[in-house]
Ligand binder design. Structure first.
Ligand code: NI
Length: 370
């Protein structure tokens, strides 16, 4: 495998982004590139995405590397010569980089099978942006017997040849809530004839922030954002219903339950204080991503041995469904410097293709030393 081959594959994936669970062409291309090099694809019932396996010649554990493969509904404005050919879709989270680095890793390991202890499964996972794609992989048997798992993410806050790594929590649990506030509609000039749900909604928006400032341990990172508020459809009618929607991000497991409990109490009791009623829907997403200490140490050591700069990985209250794996087995989520520039999920995001081969070499090095 040459660096040029990797870059060309990357350009293809970048030009052909597909949204969550629509990654058919992407899956076919990954399969084609792997099979051409004689790499075994595991049989598993997945609509999109696939898992490859490299079987070492020596005894050892089963390890996995997760590479997510989906793109975002963003119109690309990167100005790259190999920009998206699909209007309104873009690999703005660098998952094209993950795919290609994963293929590169597979090819290197295939060449080094004599030295490989145990086996390595490379999971090309669909639907990460939906927050639930990891569950699709976990429904199949590709994770059976896997003892530990590595995950990667492109990092536009660091230059190429930088590895960001840290032990412990690195990304948040992602939960969503919807509050429905029920009042009694009436004429805008006669609020005394009804129950206005809007003041109750406004009071809740304020009061929810006291969960962050008054209830949660001040040393635990967490936040709550109300991101949608909706009520009424004209200027002279008091509506009967108001809605609030938002997200809660936490790292410690206990805080997740605390938020849900306090959010329900505040919503229900505030509504009652205003003569209205509130119903809270709590929609749990992926848990927080936790990096195993031993794996993080190994990751740092290997990076230094290979001449990378090692940076303390920034913790984020963003989420990644990689946590569904680390909830079950030890794992480590590593950030790979892809050149400083616009952040992920922005239309001008770029991942420098010069980071591909070093990333694949680094990951192969990690997997060769279980
Ligand atoms: Ni991503």
């Amino acid at each position: 495998m040459t660096e040029q081959m990797l870059k060309e594959a990357f350009y293809w994936f970048h030009q052909n982004p597909e949204l969550s669970y629509e990654e058919y062409k992407t899956t076919a291309k990954i399969r084609e590139l792997l099979e051409k090099e004689g790499i075994e694809i595991l049989p598993c019932k997945l609509e999109t995405g696939l898992a490859a396996v490299i079987r070492g010649k020596r005894q050892g554990p089963v390890q996995a590397l997760r590479c997510d493969i989906d793109a975002l509904p963003i119109r690309e404005e990167s100005g790259l010569p190999y920009s998206s050919l699909c209007p309104g879709k873009m690999h703005a989270c660098g998952h094209d980089f993950h795919i290609t680095a994963g293929i590169g890793t597979a090819l290197i390991l295939q060449e080094k099978r004599e030295a490989l202890k145990g086996s390595v499964r490379i999971l090309f996972q669909p639907g990460e942006e939906s927050s639930l794609g990891a569950l699709k992989m976990l429904e199949t048997d590709v994770m059976e017997g896997v003892e530990r798992i590595w995950g990667i993410h492109a990092d536009p806050t660091n230059p190429v040849h930088t590895i960001g790594i840290r032990e412990g929590y690195v990304a948040a649990a992602v939960d969503r809530f919807v509050v429905t506030i029920q009042g009694v509609g009436c004429h805008g000039a006669h609020p005394d004839d009804g129950t206005d749900p809007i003041p109750a909604a406004a009071a809740m928006v304020q009061a929810f922030q006291t969960i962050v400032s008054r209830n949660v341990n001040a040393f635990h990172p967490s936040l709550l954002s109300v991101t949608r508020i909706q009520a009424g459809n004209t200027w002279n009618v008091i509506p009967e219903t108001a809605w609030l929607e938002g997200t809660v991000r936490t790292m410690e497991r206990e805080d997740r339950h605390l938020y849900e409990k306090r959010l329900r109490e505040i919503a229900e009791q505030t509504a009652r204080a205003y003569g209205a009623a509130a119903d809270v829907e709590w929609i749990p997403g992926p848990p927080a991503v936790y990096n195993d200490g031993g794996m993080a140490e190994l990751g740092k050591r290997k990076a230094l041995e290979q001449g990378f700069l090692v940076a303390e990985e920034e913790r984020s209250l963003g989420g990644d469904d990689f946590s569904f794996y680390t909830e079950r087995i030890p794992g480590c989520y590593i950030k790979i410097g892809t050149g400083k520039g616009q952040l992920i999920h922005q239309p001008g995001f770029r991942a420098d293709p010069d980071a591909l081969l070093p990333a694949a070499q680094y990951l192969a090095g990690l997997l060769l030393e279980p």
